[in-house]
Design a protein around this ligand. Structure first.
Ligand SMILES: [Zn+2]
Length: 409
């Protein structure tokens, strides 16, 4: 295997970062002309790899290094090139650049299976309000009717954006990956948290990807004059909401050993006036974890608190479920292989879960899937300050190259 070329990795990451860069960060929304320009530039830079290039009708890009036996399902790896609004240079890009560099490192190897780098379109929800659209659609985890009419700030719908890109959403079935289409899939990504940095580990071996359960609690009290309504005669919805915010926290803390987290991120107060006892409050709750039973226990406890508060405060509270996705378990055999590789390469590693969603969470529908995390400074992501060191990126690439080699043998 050839050594990793850290200069080339740094140049590719820095080169991609120029597309969509402003003072406020990098904005390269999915299917935008900037997204296209970045991809065209990248393809130009990697001409020396002589890969077979294919794009599906949704605009997902496939770059193949043919193996000796083209009939065998290829080994796949990859990530995404789009960013959030005012994002950074590493989320997604490390996985794409890393996969391409890993392919270069395998130039002197004779491999039976082809290796394919997938650049998934529209991983970020920043343009259309939905995340991982490209990977969701090709794995059959969703159908386009869900997104077709979703439009971003510019008013362009997802269907039109696909068309502008050169694809055809109506023909999306042509892009569907059948189970077994790949031998396996591996994605390298920055952690987007600070666990690896703080515990001083180079590689995170991901076992589960958390899924969000999101719901609103509509709390109906009674709006009254804040001066004329004595204490004890009130149905203050915000006071009840405050109890529930604490209950949400308590329920999640009880499950912290299982990695479950819960957040009230939005509080809407009606009428929101200093001289009125709040009559109506809506809380937006985001509950996540990797352990389905733990998520269910947390939800049950929150619901009990809701019922208890409604009873003791004499008010009504309605729950409005927004999404309830299941956490995804990645392949344990591939995780064990990554551990063995880290040991051989003398890299420190940590077994962990992903709190954030990734394209990799849909790939188990097609093939065994694994993820590697690399540290990012301060855990900062989706922010212009996002940073991963070249050394850490290259360490991840060395593990990735070895995974691809063993799987493609
Ligand atoms: Zn990402």
């Amino acid at each position: 295997m050839l050594p990793v070329n850290s200069q080339r990795v740094a140049d590719l990451i820095a080169g991609l970062a120029k597309f969509g860069r402003t003072e406020a960060g990098i904005t390269r929304l999915a299917y935008s002309s900037t997204d296209k320009a970045a991809q065209m530039w990248l393809l130009k830079q990697i001409e020396y790899l002589d890969l077979e290039i294919r794009e599906d009708v949704l605009g997902n890009l496939f770059l193949r290094k043919p193996g000796l036996d083209p009939a065998l399902p290829p080994v796949a790896c990859g990530s995404h090139l789009d960013t959030v609004i005012h994002g950074g240079a590493y989320d997604g890009m490390c996985g794409v650049v890393g996969a391409l560099e890993a392919i270069h490192m395998l130039e002197d190897e004779t491999l039976r299976r082809s290796i394919e780098v997938i650049v998934f379109r529209a991983e970020e929800s920043s343009r259309f309000g939905y995340a991982t659209i490209g990977s969701k659609l090709i794995t059959g985890k969703a159908t386009p009717d869900k997104f077709a009419h979703a439009a971003g700030k510019d008013g362009v719908t997802f269907a039109d954006a696909v068309k502008e890109w050169g694809g055809n959403l109506e023909a999306y079935q042509k892009a569907l990956l059948q189970p077994g289409a790949y031998k396996c899939f591996a994605e390298m990504h920055i952690e987007q948290g600070k666990v690896l940095e703080e515990t001083k580990h180079q590689i995170g071996i991901v076992h589960n990807i958390a899924a969000p359960t999101r719901f609103k609690l509509h709390i109906h009290g009674m709006a009254d004059h804040s001066g004329a309504t004595p204490m004890g005669f009130r149905k203050d919805a915000l006071v009840s909401a405050a109890k529930l915010i604490l209950a949400v926290e308590t329920a999640a803390i009880r499950e912290k050993e299982n990695g479950t987290v819960a957040t009230v991120g939005v509080v809407e107060v009606d009428p929101g006036s200093i001289n009125v006892v709040p009559g109506k409050v809506t809380l937006w709750v985001d509950l996540r974890g990797v352990d389905t039973e733990s998520i269910q226990r947390t939800l049950k406890e929150i619901r009990q608190a809701v019922q208890g508060t409604a009873r003791t405060d004499g008010i009504t509270i309605e729950e409005e479920m927004l999404t309830s996705d299941s956490p995804v378990a990645l392949d344990e055999a591939l995780a064990a292989q990554s551990e063995a590789i880290c040991r051989e390469q003398r890299k420190s590693f940590l077994h962990m879960n992903s709190g954030a969603g990734h394209d990799a969470m849909h790939m188990p529908a097609v093939c065994p899937t694994t993820m590697l995390f690399i540290p990012c400074r301060g855990g900062i992501s989706h922010n212009p300050a996002e940073f991963a060191s070249n050394e850490d990126i290259c360490a991840g690439i060395e593990v990735m190259a070895e995974i691809l080699k063993r799987e493609a043998k």
